[in-house]
Write a protein that binds this ligand. Structure first.
Ligand code: PRX
Length: 648
C-alpha cells in the first residue's frame, strides 16, 4: 500500500495518499485552526480519551513559572497503559516484544494481561520494601522487559523513577542518585552488547557509596557471577515470587510528580527535569497516537534507549497507553551484522519505526545491501528524532526503508517538553526533508530574535513556545526552582519558554530546526554539555585547563573536540590521550569521548580570562574566526591554526 505521493510541483515534497488520509486519525488541516483557537479545550478533549479516576477541576492554570494542567484530576499512567486495555477485553493482545541481542535466544513476548501481572508483582514488592508515593527510585537497566516493568511499577504506586542510561558511568549514576535522593535502585547483573557480556552491577556497586540507596533489586539477565551484598541486594525473581499479580494503581493528582529525568544543561552538572502526571500522560498519549497514526494492529519499534526521554515516551508510555505492541531490542544495530534492525522489522512485522538521524547515517554508510535483504513492506510510518536530519539521510530512509511508500515524521522535542511538539501529521503532511513541520495542534510556537520579537517569515531566530504551554512541558528542575526560571525564562520572561534551538519558519508555518544555540552538543543524538566533558577532562591530574567545542560529523551529527593545557612538566603523548579518554569514560561514559584531543600551550581568552570558545569552534570547523580584537592573547590564534591544521 502506498501511503504517500510526490508533490507534482515541488521536488522532494510528499503528501499523504487518500489511503493514508482514510486511515489517519487526523486528515483535516482545520484541526490547526480549531485547536489553536482554544488549546485548553483541545487538550481537555484529548484528556477525555484516557481514564481518570476523578475528573479534573481546572483544565489549565496559567501562572508565571507555575503553569498547571488537569488540576484536581486523578489519574494513573500505568492504569492507562495496562488495566484500561485489559478491562476493555484486550488482555490477550501483545504489549511487549523483547528481542534479545544473542540471536539464538528466544523472544520474550508479554500480553497486556501478563505485563500487568509482572508490573503488579514488582509494584507490590516495592511497597513491601517500604517505597511509598513520592519516593524516588533509581532505574539503571539495559534494554530488557524489566526496564519497562520497573518504570510502570513505579508510576503505578506513585513512586518517582529516575532512569539512568545503562552506558553511563558509575559516577554519572551516583550524581543522579544523590541529587534525586533515591532510596532504592533497580539494576541488572549485566547485558549483551556486540556479543559480549557487559557488567552493570559492578558499575552500580561503585555508584552507591554516600547515596541514600538502602536496597538494590538485581535482575538476572546474563547470569554471570556477580557479588551480592546480603544486607542490601535482592534478586528480582526471588523478590517478586509470591507477590500478588495485581496491585491497584495509585490515583495521582494531575500535577503530582510522575518522574525525574536528568539531562545536560550548559553547566557540568546535569539537571533533573520533572514531569507532572496528568499533562505528561495526555500529551504523550495524544502525540503517539497522531504522530504515528497508531491503531490496534500496530507494532511500534522505537530504537531509543529507556535512559532517554524518547525511550520513556515512545517506547514505553506512548505505545502502551495506545494499546499497541512495543518492540524492545536489547543490543547493537550491527550485531551480528548490519542487517539486524531490518531483520527485526521483518520478523515482527513492524509497522512504525522511530529512530535517530545518526542511526540512519550509520546505515547509509553500511550500505544498501543490508535493508534490501529484508521484507520491510509491513512499515507504514517512519519517524526520526533527536537532531536535525540532513537531506541525504532523509531520502535514503524514505527510499530504502520506506520504499517511497511511508511518510517520514520528523519530530522535534526535548527532555523538557516530554512529548513531541513540532512535526508533520501523517494524514496531513507535507513531508519535506530537513523540515520538522508544524507545531502539534494546540501548541503555540514562534521564532523570535534576541529581543523576543517575532522574526520575518523565512528568517532564522530562536524557537520559543507560548502559553498555554504544552501539557507535558516540564514543571521544573528537581531541587532548583531558580535555575528553572533562569534557564528557560531568563531571556524572554515567563510568557515565552526558550527552547535553546535555532529555527526558521516558512509561509505554511512549517518549522526547520537549525540546532542548539547554547553550549549543548548533540552527539549521535545524545545530549551533552561541552562543560560536562570539560569537567571530566579537568579531573585528570596532569590537566591544568581544558576547553571543549563541537565539530560537525558526517555520522554523529556533532562530536566533541578538546583543547587541553597540561600542567608544568607534563608531556603530551598518545598515551596521555588514551588516558584522557579513559577519564571521560569514567566520569561520564563512552558517548562523551572527544573525537580529537589537541594539546596546546594556550587557548584564546578575553581580558577577563574567559575562554572564547567561539574562536575554537571556528578553528575546528574551518570557518572564519571573526573578530579577535577583544582577545587578551590574539597571537594564540595563529598558533592554534597550526595545531588543528586550519587553512586560511
Ligand atoms: O536541539 C534539539 C534536538 O535535541 C534537543 C533535545 O535533546 P534531548 O532533550 O536529549 O531530547 C532528544 C529527544 C527528544 C533539542 O533541543 N532535537 C530533538 N529533535 C529534533 C532536534 N533537532 C532537530 N530536529 C529534531 N527533530
Amino acid at each position: 500500500m502506498k501511503w504517500v505521493q510526490p508533490d507534482p510541483k515541488r521536488e522532494n515534497w510528499y503528501w499523504p495518499t487518500e489511503a493514508l488520509k482514510e486511515r489517519a486519525w487526523i486528515s483535516d488541516p482545520h484541526i490547526y485552526e480549531t485547536a489553536g483557537a482554544d488549546p485548553v479545550h483541545f487538550w481537555a478533549q484529548r484528556a477525555e480519551e484516557l481514564v481518570w479516576f476523578q475528573k479534573w477541576k481546572e483544565t489549565h492554570v496559567d501562572e508565571p513559572y507555575a503553569y498547571k494542567w488537569f488540576v484536581g484530576g486523578k489519574i494513573n499512567i500505568s492504569y492507562n497503559s495496562l488495566d484500561r486495555h485489559v478491562e476493555a477485553g484486550q488482555g490477550d493482545k501483545v504489549a511487549l516484544i523483547w528481542e534479545p541481542e544473542p540471536t539464538q535466544e528466544p523472544n520474550r513476548i508479554l500480553t497486556y494481561r501478563e505485563l500487568l501481572a509482572e508490573v503488579s508483582r514488582l509494584a507490590n514488592a516495592l511497597k513491601r520494601l517500604g517505597i511509598k508515593k513520592g519516593d524516588r527510585v533509581g532505574i539503571y537497566l539495559p534494554m530488557i522487559p524489566e526496564a519497562v516493568i520497573a518504570m510502570q511499577a513505579c508510576v503505578r504506586i506513585g513512586a518517582v523513577h529516575t532512569v539512568v542510561f545503562s552506558a553511563f558511568s558509575a559516577e554519572s549514576l551516583r550524581d543522579r542518585l544523590l541529587d534525586s535522593g533515591a532510596r532504592l535502585l533497580i539494576t541488572a547483573d549485566g547485558y549483551y552488547r556486540r556479543g559480549k557480556v557487559i557488567d552493570l552491577k559492578l558499575q552500580a556497586d561503585q555508584a552507591l557509596a554516600g547515596t541514600k540507596v538502602e536496597k538494590v533489586i538485581v535482575v538476572r539477565r546474563t547470569g554471570h557471577p556477580i557479588p551480592m551484598n546480603p544486607n542490601r541486594d535482592l534478586w528480582y525473581p526471588e523478590l517478586v515470587q509470591g507477590e500478588k499479580d495485581f496491585c491497584p494503581a495509585e490515583p495521582m493528582d494531575g500535577e503530582d510528580l510522575a518522574f525525574i529525568l536528568y539531562t545536560s544543561g550548559t553547566t557540568g552538572k546535569p539537571k533533573g527535569v520533572m514531569h507532572a502526571t496528568g499533562g505528561y500522560a495526555v500529551q504523550v498519549y495524544a502525540t503517539a497516537k497522531w504522530d504515528f497514526n497508531l491503531h490496534e494492529d500496530d507494532v511500534h519499534f522505537c530504537t531509543a534507549d529507556v535512559g532517554w526521554i524518547t525511550g520513556h515516551s515512545y517506547l514505553n508510555y506512548g505505545p502502551l497507553m495506545n494499546g499497541v505492541a512495543t518492540v524492545v531490542y536489547e543490543g547493537s544495530p550491527d550485531y551480528p551484522d548490519f542487517g539486524r534492525m531490518w531483520q527485526i522489522i521483518e520478523k515482527h512485522k513492524v509497522t512504525v519505526y522511530y529512530t535517530a538521524p545518526t542511526a540512519i547515517r550509520m546505515h547509509v554508510k553500511w550500505g544498501d545491501e543490508w535493508p534490501k535483504k529484508y521484507d520491510l513492506s509491513s512499515l507504514r510510518v517512519l519517524g526520526t528524532v533527536g537532531e536535525p536530519i540532513n537531506e541525504e539521510a532523509w531520502l535514503w530512509y524514505f527510499k530504502l526503508i520506506g520504499g517511497e511508500r511511508c511518510p517520514i515524521i520528523d519530530t522535534w522535542w526535548q527532555t523538557e517538553t516530554g512529548a513531541t511538539c513540532v512535526q508533520a501529521l501523517p494524514g496531513i503532511g507535507p513531508f519535506i526533508p530537513t523540515v520538522a513541520g508544524r507545531p502539534f495542534p494546540g501548541i503555540k510556537a514562534k521564532i523570535v530574535d534576541a529581543g523576543g520579537q517575532p522574526v520575518k517569515l523565512g528568517e532564522g531566530g530562536y524557537l520559543v513556545l507560548e502559553p498555554p504551554f504544552p501539557p507535558a512541558l516540564t514543571r521544573g528542575l528537581y531541587g532548583d526552582p531558580e535555575k528553572f526560571k533562569a534557564t528557560y525564562f531568563g531571556e524572554f520572561g515567563p510568557k515565552l519558554y526558550f527552547t535553546k534551538d535555532g529555527a526558521r519558519m516558512d509561509e505554511m508555518g512549517n518549522i526547520r530546526i537549525t540546532g542548539r544555540v547554547d553550549d549543548v552538543m548533540n552527539v549521535a543524538g545524545h545530549r551533552l554539555a561541552t562543560a560536562e566533558v570539560e569537567d571530566a577532562l579537568a579531573q585528570h591530574p596532569l590537566v591544568s585547563e581544558v576547553a571543549v567545542v563541537s565539530r560537525p560529523d558526517d555520522i554523529k551529527g556533532e562530536v566533541p573536540v578538546a583543547f587541553v593545557l597540561l600542567k608544568a612538566g607534563a608531556q603530551p603523548s598518545e598515551e596521555l590521550k588514551k588516558e584522557l579518554i579513559k577519564t571521560v569514560d569514567k566520569h561520564i561514559g563512552p558517548t562523551a569521548r572527544p573525537a580529537e584531543i589537541f594539546f596546546t600551550e594556550d587557548v584564546p581568552k578575553t581580558r577577563s580570562g574567559k575562554i572564547m570558545r567561539r574562536v575554537l569552534k571556528a578553528l575546528v570547523r574551518g570557518e572564519p574566526v571573526g573578530d579577535i580584537t577583544t582577545l587578551r592573547n590574539p597571537e594564540v590564534v595563529e598558533l592554534l591554526k597550526q595545531v588543528v591544521g586550519y587553512k586560511d
